[in-house]
Design a protein around this ligand. Structure first.
Ligand code: ATP
Ligand code: MG
Length: 565
């Protein structure tokens, strides 16, 4: 695969290169991508996926895909399957290295017993609310649990009985015994295990009544798999001492897995948090996890984003230590750049206005030659049917045009793309005065679009032959939110910032006939309109197309303006 995902250097690549050079892990590089299967992967995850799998590829190592499935209440098999599909779609391969934290439940329980035996963990009967209330603050130490000094024997017995299902959820937890006055809050006797009996686990069913917390399961899963570089986002930086503490307490020798944090990838005008995306789906604000307005990878695929564009986008953004928000326009520019190179062109009319070529014989039709992709000569040409009745874009005609309007108007001549020069001779209106049809003449000597007498026209417009066109539904998208960061507004719910105009359905568009039967996922540029992708909702009788992205390159313009300054 292309190098796009692995370009450049950054502090993580420097670190890994140094470890390899120093022979720290015998030269091995083993990374992992560890999603919790509680939703669909989103474009933020793509950054982490590209980083972890990209590093493994660059350094001749491997990357594990591990489901961090330690919470039966939120995890589902549907999410596991979508994640497998999405990682593969992005272009990465875990080889035989697919793992589940739940596969380690037995070993994790044994590690917990080791820690209890060392006197480094205790069973606490406080409720989770009481634990939280006694945690203290950054300026005040926490209050130790009254159960902190239980004997090892009692702790082992209670923990065993928690596992056996003797106690109600919430009645007891296993906690690390570290330091209630630690300036690092996660070190204040964090919870390691909790009881959960209500909901069966998606893989282990009802075999377990206790489940490990992330801070316990994660470092040990990394150690069990021999992960060398455990890369996570910045919010885990103050959990790193706990990561180390768990490995020490469990007796994991060095050299061993080490955690390094990098900045989360954030994109403007959307949200990258599964919890938030789940609300959008469950409350019906979108049509599902793969609604093309969603920032999920499933939605990106359905909308027509090429995986190469996502990989290149994150490679260009780079990996840094400081949080920032990337303009959505920049992601769209990456999509546009990729599709400009690869997507074949087609003619389609979204808001049709009838044109009758009065001097073209009734019943006749012919084929003109159209270029498939001016960026790619190898893409060749195709035939486009032309006939007496055509559809053009309503916007391409003005009865009373301003000076700079170079499209069609009474008495004006324009070029029909790939076909002929035509002149508007007459405007037909209905009783309300609305324009319903244009009567035009064509110049038979201009086949292909150029006049042999050298006369010039200023405008070229697109069209489709009415008799040959296929009617389709076209879905146009705008940003899902009206503000750059819908989660940033204190005291307001992000749903208040949903864009009511995020989906516009054009129910009677007309497409050139070559698009009939296009398979879902087919991506095409509708000339002058944007890039579009055939949607699985479509049928043979009623195709449906999504607009992937417009042609307007606002990010490119911004960059060019910046360059000029
Ligand atoms: P979410 O809030 O969407 O659930 P998460 O971090 O809780 O995100 P996980 O399933 O635990 O979701 O994420 C798997 C991996 O992806 C983690 O290593 C996490 O750090 C990383 N990750 C999640 N979101 C981003 C992001 N926006 N940018 C980069 N990496 C991310
Ligand atoms: Mg999460």
């Amino acid at each position: 695969m292309a190098d796009d995902a692995t370009a450049g250097s950054d502090f993580i690549r420097d670190l890994v290169a140094r470890d390899v050079r120093d022979g720290k892990y015998g030269g091995r590089v083993v990374t992992r991508f560890p999603p919790e299967p509680n939703g669909y992967l989103h474009i933020g995850h793509a950054k982490s996926i590209a980083l972890n799998f990209g590093l493994a590829r660059e350094f001749g190592g491997r990357c594990h895909l591990r489901f961090d499935d330690t919470n039966p209440a939120t995890e589902e098999t549907e999410f596991v399957e979508s994640m497998l599909e999405d990682v593969r779609w992005l272009g990465f391969d875990w080889g035989g290295h697919l793992y589940y934290a739940s596969d380690y439940f037995g070993r994790l329980y044994e590690y917990a017993q080791v820690i209890v035996r060392k006197g480094l963990a205790f069973v606490c009967d406080l409720s989770s609310e009481e634990v939280a209330a006694r945690r203290g603050t950054l300026t005040e130490p926490g209050i130790p649990s009254p159960y902190r000094e239980r004997s090892v024997a009692e702790n082992l017995d209670l923990f065993e009985r928690m596992k056996a299902g003797e106690f109600a959820p919430g009645s007891r937890v296993l906690r690390a015994k570290i330091d209630m006055a630690s300036p690092v809050l996660p070190m204040r006797d964090p919870i390691l295990y909790r009881i959960s009996t209500a909901i069966p686990h998606h893989r282990t069913g009802r075999a377990w009544n206790v489940y490990p917390m992330y801070d316990f399961a994660h470092p040990l899963s990394d150690a069990i798999e021999g992960i060398t570089h455990s890369l996570c986002t910045l919010e885990f930086a103050d959990h790193r001492p706990l990561y180390e503490w768990v490995l020490d307490a469990a007796g994991i020798p060095r050299p061993r897995t080490e955690q390094t944090e990098f900045a989360r990838g954030n994109v403007s005008h959307t949200v990258v948090s599964k919890r938030v995306l789940r609300r959008l789906v469950e409350e019906g604000h979108v049509r599902g996890w793969d609604d093309p307005r969603m920032p999920t990878l499933a939605a990106a695929r359905r909308r027509g984003y090429p995986p190469e564009a996502l990989r290149r986008f994150w490679a260009e953004v780079g990996v840094a230590k400081r949080e920032n928000v990337i303009e959505l326009a920049r992601l769209e520019a990456a999509v546009r750049e990729e599709l400009n190179r690869t997507a074949p062109r087609a003619l389609a009319v979204l808001r049709p206005l009838k044109v009758v070529i009065v001097n073209y014989p009734e019943g006749r039709s012919e084929e003109v030659e159209a270029i498939n992709n001016p960026e790619d000569p190898a893409a060749g040409v195709r035939k486009l049917p032309f006939s007496r009745e055509l559809w053009i874009e309503r916007d391409d005609f003005l009865e009373d045009p301003p000076k700079k309007f170079f499209r069609l108007a009474p008495g004006r001549e324009v070029r029909l793309r790939f076909a002929y020069l035509v002149r508007c001779e007459e405007v037909v209106k209905d009783a309300s005065g609305a324009v319903v049809e244009l009567r035009c003449t064509y110049d038979p000597a201009t086949r292909g679009g150029d006049a042999p007498d050298g006369r010039k026209v200023r405008g070229t417009i697109h069209w489709v032959s009415a008799r040959h066109a296929r009617r389709a539904e076209v879905r146009l998208y705008d940003t899902l939110f009206t503000v750059a960061d819908p989660l940033a507004e204190e005291g307001r719910d992000f749903t208040e910032f949903l864009n009511p105009g995020s989906l516009e359905v054009v129910s009677d568009a007309f497409l050139e006939p070559s698009l009939a039967g296009a398979a879902p996922g087919t991506t095409v540029q509708f000339e002058r309109l944007g890039y579009f992708c055939a949607d699985p909702d479509g049928t043979a009788e009623r195709p449906v197309w999504n607009r992937t992205v417009t042609l307007r390159d606002s990010w490119g313009k911004l960059v060019r303006r910046g360059d000029a300054d």
